[in-house]
Design a protein around this ligand. Structure first.
Ligand code: HEM
Ligand code: HEM
Length: 187
């Protein structure tokens, strides 16, 4: 059984659950955003954008919970078998994968507020606007949201590519550290 907290060899259950929930939601959020933003002005567009904003706020909360948990529970160190440049690159990309999504989501929230598209979380909870409606600022926040999402996509290509390299080429246990031990035969 994987442990609840991180160990020296592996991420713990909570870090793994948070990682894969955020990952899954981001992979839903990307095509959802493109689909909704490209619909003609209609009730359907507002409805799909509303799902996008609600899922976005959910990811924001989970991402902040992840950061808080990382502060409490330090992740396992990368093994010495990895070259120094590899460990540095992994650390830099991991940090960017904490910071960039949070900034992208704040920009989306700022845009929604400035455009008068307040977030009603799944129709249950009205989320306060970050700024008052502002037609001049709205396009700026929209461009910021798009730009930061673009950076996030580039980071994800690097991150998933590195995971695939470790799984199929290097064949070390880096990817297994983020998977439940039962899946790879370690109890
Ligand atoms: C990691 C989370 C998020 C990702 C990956 C993401 C991604 C995207 C993408 C790919 C688009 C479409 C861009 C286009 O094709 O024009 C988009 C549009 C949009 N997003 Fe997000 N988004 C996220 C979070 C949020 C949040 C938290 C909000 C607001 C609370 C938000 C509000 C919007 C709005 C209002 C649009 C429509 C902009 C337009 O009219 O082009 N997004 N997002
Ligand atoms: C198919 C998609 C993904 C795969 C295969 C994957 C794989 C992994 C693996 C194997 C690790 C652990 C590396 C190690 O052992 O040190 C990891 C860590 C990490 N992943 Fe992903 N990941 C994916 C998607 C994502 C997404 C969408 C995000 C966006 C936020 C993300 C953010 C992170 C972060 C921040 C860490 C570092 C955790 C820490 O040390 O605090 N990953 N990922």
């Amino acid at each position: 059984m994987a442990k609840f907290r991180n160990s020296e060899e592996s991420y713990g259950i909570l870090a793994q659950v948070l990682h894969w929930c955020v990952a899954m939601l981001i992979f839903v959020q990307l095509p959802l955003g493109v689909y909704a933003a490209n619909l003609p002005v209609s009730l359907a567009r507002l409805q799909w954008l509303s799902y996008h904003k609600s899922i976005g706020i959910t990811i924001l909360v989970l991402a902040l919970a992840r950061l808080a948990w990382r502060w409490i529970d330090a992740p396992p160190a990368l093994p010495d078998t990895m070259a120094l440049w590899e460990r540095r690159a992994a650390h830099a990309v991991h940090w960017a994968l904490y910071v960039v999504p949070v900034l992208a989501m704040l920009a989306g929230w700022l845009y929604a507020s400035a455009a008068g598209l307040s977030v009603n979380w799944f129709g249950i909870l009205l989320i306060p606007d970050l700024v008052a409606k502002n037609a001049e600022l709205a396009p700026l926040f929209k461009a910021l949201h798009h730009g930061l999402v673009g950076v996030l996509v580039l980071l994800l290509i690097g991150h998933v590519g590195a995971a695939a390299r470790h799984a199929f080429l290097v064949r070390d246990n880096i990817v297994q550290r983020m998977l439940p031990a039962a899946w790879w035969g370690k109890k």
